[in-house]
Design a binder for this molecule. Structure first.
Ligand SMILES: Cc1cc2nc3c(=O)[nH]c(=O)nc-3n(C[C@H](O)[C@H](O)[C@H](O)COP(=O)(O)OP(=O)(O)OC[C@H]3O[C@@H](n4cnc5c(N)ncnc54)[C@H](O)[C@@H]3O)c2cc1C
Length: 456
């Protein structure tokens, strides 16, 4: 069997590796550096920045831990160099793995010629199956000034040479908030403008509201229900105008980050010649990532279902298993997500609002980091954990879930991104509250915040 995979991000290269290990002949085509957005301009460089932010924040609080007489500086060039070194190291690792004997790595931009053939720089490649994993690119707002030189995307802000004194972030989603949090730690005055009622619109409302307060306490100005209408520039200073509750307001900043989401990278593929159906949201796929052309699959950001690196990887496995007739137990609807702000936020499964909107009866259990022994020893007590559980339907009503089944877990606080993993494991195995409660946790650990919620 031969498979062409277009794009070597976490959707493409991870799938290529699994396929190659199973003995499939893979042609992997990549127009840029291997690792895709995630490794080169997404997950990894941002998390390198997050680590710098954490170190700096720790130093600022050192006196509270009895450390005195500390004096330190902050060399942003060294921060950037470290971030680049991290990316290069990991990219080298991926390149090494892709040296697998069953993988042919082709460098260049792929375009469909027909539904079994793609061309790269005039060279044709054909296969039984094709997996498209070409990712996404930053979106922008159709407003005056959005294309001014100096309005940064998430890619460009990673390469700025100085920490801006004033940073305006347009968009209070995951990417915008992560940069807001990091640059606040680096010393910027940060304002976030969010169109919706809450930051992180797809997350649990309780979590969004509390995280907003928490980031506010760190000095990050967050203005919700704020529709940005224009940006102007004068001598390197940007004025961002937005409408809030019917009134025009402005933010003046030295740098502006446009973080209003991402759009599927369909433009360059010539999908029409392969007959592959797509919408502005991305390539249309079924539950096994198959497009309307049965031997062509689309995984990762390109299908617009869930723009996360691990979603891309697991969608790739689902597609590959379908191609090879391998059974699996992967439930793509139980997809954890994390926000690497300080403090972190994380979420898996259904939110309370989502359940209410679809008439699913639920009850919620909560606990707080301030009652967690380990969090108190760390001096990091800001945070909470919320568990959503299927409840008994009212008489005469029905629910698709048996009462007691755990449907979601939403938390913010230190190491939220790690803690959510246990909930993810249990929810994906369809565990009940009782089954969750029977799991023993080491004491004292932060994950006991989950245990406390389960017993609350
Ligand atoms: C700033 C930022 C931070 C992020 N942080 C996180 C995080 O912490 N956790 C998380 O889970 N997700 C994070 N994401 C999202 C994550 O990066 C993406 O969801 C993930 O990279 C999607 O993987 P993919 O394989 O679908 O596409 P990509 O990683 O985008 O890879 C697609 C690849 O296809 C190549 N390509 C495109 N067109 C062609 C063509 N015609 N021919 C050949 N090659 C082509 C591109 O060059 C690219 O290398 C972040 C994203 C950003 C922007």
């Amino acid at each position: 069997m031969k498979i062409i995979i277009i794009g070597a991000g976490p959707g493409g290269y991870e799938t290529a590796l699994v396929a190659a290990k199973r003995g499939v002949e893979v042609v992997l085509i990549e127009a840029g550096p291997v690792g895709g957005t995630c490794l080169n301009e997404g997950c990894i460089p941002t998390k390198a920045f997050c680590k710098n932010a954490e170190v700096l924040d720790g130093l600022k609080e050192a006196e509270a831990f009895g450390v005195t007489g500390l004096s330190y500086g902050f060399d942003f060039k060294a921060v950037a160099a470290r971030k680049n070194a991290v990316v290069e190291q990991l990219r080298g690792g991926v390149e090494g793995l892709l040296g697998h004997k069953n993988i042919t790595l082709v460098r260049g931009k792929a375009q469909f010629k027909d539904d079994h053939t793609v061309t790269v720089d005039g060279q044709e490649y054909s296969a039984d199956y094709i997996i498209i994993a070409t990712g996404s690119v930053s979106a922008s707002l159709p407003i005056p000034g959005a294309d001014l030189p100096g309005i940064l995307t998430s890619r460009e802000i990673l390469d700025i040479e100085e920490v801006p004194q004033r940073l305006c972030v347009i968009g209070g989603g995951v990417i915008g908030l992560e940069f807001a949090s990091v640059f606040r730690s680096f010393g910027s005055e940060v304002t976030v403008l969010e169109y919706f009622k809450d930051i992180l619109p797809r997350f649990d409302t309780d979590l969004s509201k509390r995280l907003k307060q928490s980031l506010g306490k760190r000095g990050i100005e967050i203005s919700t229900q704020s529709q940005v209408t224009s940006i102007t520039e004068d001598s390197g200073e940007y004025t961002v105008t937005f409408t809030r509750k019917g009134k025009d307001e402005t933010v003046v900043a030295d740098k502006v980050l446009m973080a209003v989401g991402r759009k599927a990278n369909v433009a360059s593929l010539n999908l029409a010649d392969a007959g592959v159906e797509f919408t502005p949201r991305g390539i249309v796929v079924n539950e096994v990532m198959q497009t309307n052309v049965p031997h062509i699959y689309a995984v990762g950001d390109i299908n617009g279902l869930m723009m996360l690196a691990h979603a891309a990887t697991f969608q790739g496995i689902v597609a590959l298993d379908h191609i090879m007739g391998v059974e699996n137990d992967i439930d793509l609807s139980v997809m954890p997500a994390a926000v690497f702000t300080s403090p972190e936020a994380a979420s898996v499964g259904k939110t309370e609002d989502e359940c209410k909107d679809s008439g699913i009866p639920v009850k919620c259990l909560k606990s707080f980091y301030r009652a967690n022994g380990k969090a108190v020893t760390m001096g990091e007590t800001d945070g909470f954990c919320k568990i959503v559980i299927a409840a008994e339907p009212k008489e005469g009503a029905e629910s698709p879930y048996e009462p007691g089944r755990v449907l979601g877990c939403h938390l913010y606080g230190p190491h939220a991104s790690d803690i959510v993993q246990e909930a993810c494991a249990m929810i994906s195995r369809k565990a009940t509250l009782k089954e969750f409660q029977d799991v023993i946790h080491t004491h004292p650990t932060l994950i006991e915040v989950l245990q406390s919620a389960l017993h609350s």
